[in-house]
Design a protein around this ligand. Structure first.
Ligand SMILES: Cc1ncc(COP(=O)(O)O)c(C=O)c1O
Length: 391
């Protein structure tokens, strides 16, 4: 059995996705297809490196040295044609902590911060919790594809004197991988109005051909100076529980205040096992990642086709990247509360509520396809059978 087809029980492992599902969905038979982690084992090379490190038995203070940094530099060049200098890299336990730190380091209370909605829920909370002003550039859904309203993007920046733009690329939950033209346009507007860019590129490695992830900071000297890019091996290699991530900040005048903010909060070290896992994944994980991408692409196509052929009221929007499918359920004609209840009680699947990504997500749900095919088939059957009963 291949590493991507074996169903591995996760209940009882303190898994958020599996062990919190019963409490959240009030039903022990709900199949969890929500939280963005995978039901696949990390590459064998990563497990072996961790086992070796664990068998050493000493887990004292650990340094992220030059050799470790070089694995990141090499990964970014190899996978994304992006040449970065080791000195631009700093570390963080996670992308969400980084967003909090950057917002605090670069903005003041009430400063305007731009996001593109619908979007990953912490983008809202990271702005609101620090009492900054949330400004939305709504993505436009045209012919089944989300597009950027550039006129609105620039208008909002001018009107609210936006200080920072948080980019999500690839975009969670709509699955777009922004093209070079789209990134150039956004970047040029930000440069013109002196808006700094926080690029959350955590899903960068999870892109389906022929799409290509382009780090926005790689596009021009000006964009490089304006951007802090947040990256991590945790989505790619299923390591979220090990809490390891990094920032790439080429410009010293941005890097220093952000690093100071981390220092002021006493965050100065990475998790020992996180370091070991990143190193092994970036050193030996390429072949595994190619196989993962083939698997996810096949799952995406399978689910999309089944819904296309067998239902009239649910449509899967085309995902160019991420393992998260954005399901357009508006034709079911339910309120959001009814839609959630239908998925839980009738279909017995645990999905992410579309409305948690913003009001634009009303009528939508998010489905995670990073699980063995048997579970994907089971989840798809459950939803389609429930829909058929009411169509
Ligand atoms: C766009 C985006 N950013 C950040 C995260 C979480 O990052 P971390 O676990 O490193 O805090 C996720 C997880 O789903 C995500 O989708």
């Amino acid at each position: 059995m291949s590493q991507f087809t074996e169903v591995i029980p996760r209940r009882g492992t303190r898994s958020v996705k599996w062990d919190m599902a019963e409490e959240l969905y009030q039903d022990k038979d709900v199949l969890p297809m929500w939280v963005a982690d995978m039901d696949f084992k990390t590459p064998q090379a990563v497990t072996e490196a961790l086992q070796e490190r664990v068998s050493h038995g000493i887990f004292g203070y650990t340094v992220a040295d030059h050799l470790f940094r070089d694995y990141i530099v090499s990964w970014l060049e190899r996978r994304h044609d992006w040449k970065v200098d080791g000195d631009w890299i700093s570390y963080s336990p996670g992308v969400i902590p980084s967003l909090h730190m950057i917002i605090q380091a670069l903005t003041e209370k009430a400063d305007a911060i731009l996001i593109q909605t619908p979007v990953y829920p912490p983008f809202y909370s990271v702005v609101n919790e620090h009492e900054r002003t949330l400004v939305k550039n709504q993505l436009k859904l045209e012919n089944d594809q989300y597009r950027i309203d550039f006129e609105d993007f620039e208008q909002k920046i001018i009107e609210h004197e936006v200080k920072v733009f948080i980019l999500c690329n690839p975009h969670n939950p709509v699955g777009r991988v922004w093209t070079k033209e789209e990134l150039m346009k956004m970047g040029d507007i930000c440069v013109k109005h002196n808006v700094k860019i926080i690029a959350d590129e955590i899903h960068a490695d999870l892109v389906f051909k022929p799409n290509k992830h382009i780090p926005i900071a790689s596009l021009s000297e000006e964009m490089k100076k304006m951007t802090i890019t947040c990256l991590s091996p945790t989505k790619t290699f299923n390591l979220a529980g090990l809490q390891v991530s990094y920032l790439v900040t080429p410009d010293k005048s941005l890097r220093e205040p952000v690093m100071n903010q981390f220092k002021q909060q006493g965050i100065h070290m990475l998790n020992t096992l996180g370091i070991t896992a990143l190193e092994a994944a970036y050193k030996d994980g390429d072949d595994w990642l190619e196989e993962l991408l083939d698997t996810l692409e096949a799952h995406r196509d399978y689910v999309t086709e089944r819904f296309e052929k067998e239902t009239k009221s649910i449509r899967i929007l085309p995902a160019e990247g991420t393992y998260l499918l954005w399901m357009d359920c508006r034709k079911l004609g339910f309120t959001q509360a009814e839609l959630k209840k239908f998925m839980q009680k009738n279909a017995k699947v645990g999905l992410n509520d579309g409305a948690s990504f913003g009001e634009e997500g009303n009528g939508f749900m998010r489905l995670n396809i990073a699980a063995p095919k048997d579970l994907i088939v089971e989840g798809t059957n459950r939803i389609i059978n429930a829909v058929k009963e009411i169509e």
